[in-house]
Design a protein around this ligand. Structure first.
Ligand SMILES: [Zn+2]
Length: 274
């Protein structure tokens, strides 16, 4: 299916005379509870959230009563207040995690270790995105990606609030982790698509993934939309190869690892174990 998209890509034209209209409507749709969550995220004095409390607390109400028996051995690390965040967190600094290569091996022919960052939220390492801390400190609040309707074939750019969407993903993982058994659940394998504001069809708007340009994959956008399952197995193996994760096994296994590894890139303190 990605191959087909490649052809569509070639036909792609910038004829989005009404793109701004569609962006506005999409933004309105995705930002409904953004303010609420921002308040939560930047709240400096809140205690750490416990696992059982996270999903509802993120989405609805911090004051709701805790579950009767919250797991005691597993605490969600609460993001530090923005004012206390470091300029460049050690775990996210690519230069410090740079592997030392044996000079006799060198980079593969024609492949440098670094690439031009394809997006402001991507680093100069393949398949690596900046941490949430870096993004916050550099005022990168919104990330974008291209999408296309499968029905009317229109293309446009979609915005995501990075804090809001990332905590949605993290909350989902925290809630479902025990049921996953290190494999991607069905909703990740067969992601729900968006509805189209142009033609009114449902479950038909998907991200545009360009299979021949893996260096330019918009990993953060795909994570935030929980659309990584739309990647081919080859795309996911590429990600795992360049982020030193195991890359063997069925797609649900590799997809799971990709989700977890990306979440750890964005939030290195997350209690996630691939
Ligand atoms: Zn459409």
């Amino acid at each position: 299916m990605d191959r087909g998209e490649s052809n569509e890509e070639k036909k792609r034209k910038h004829s989005d005379d009404d793109a701004s209209t569609s962006q506005r409507s999409v933004r309105a749709k995705t930002s409904s509870s953004m303010e609420e969550k921002h308040n939560i995220i930047s709240e400096p004095a809140s205690p750490p959230l416990e696992l059982g409390l996270l999903p509802s607390a993120l989405v609805f109400d911090l004051n709701s009563p805790p579950p009767q028996e919250p797991p005691s051995d597993f605490v969600i690390p609460y993001p530090p207040p923005l004012t206390q965040q470091l300029v460049d967190p050690p775990a996210a600094a690519p230069s410090k995690s740079r592997p030392r290569r044996n000079p006799s091996q060198g980079p593969s022919a024609g492949k440098s270790e670094t690439v031009p960052p394809p997006f402001p939220w991507a680093t100069d390492r393949r398949a690596t995105v900046h941490s949430l801390r870096y993004l916050n400190n550099n005022s990168i609040e919104t990330i974008t990606g291209d999408v296309q309707c499968k029905k009317c074939e229109r293309k446009w750019t979609l915005d995501f609030n990075v804090d809001e969407k990332f905590y949605e993903v993290l909350a989902f993982i925290m809630e479902k982790k025990d049921e996953m058994h290190d494999r991607a659940p069905d909703i990740w394998m067969n992601p729900t698509l968006l509805n189209c504001n142009h033609c009114g069809q449902e479950n038909c708007v998907r991200p545009i993934i360009i299979p021949k340009n893996k260096k330019g994959m918009n990993w953060l956008f795909l994570l935030l939309g929980q659309w990584l399952g739309l990647c081919s197995l080859g795309d996911l193996k590429y990600f795992c190869k360049h982020t030193r994760n195991h890359r063997t096994g069925a797609k649900d296994r590799v997809l799971y690892l990709t989700y977890i590894a990306l979440c750890k890139q964005i939030y290195p303190d997350a209690p996630l174990h691939p």
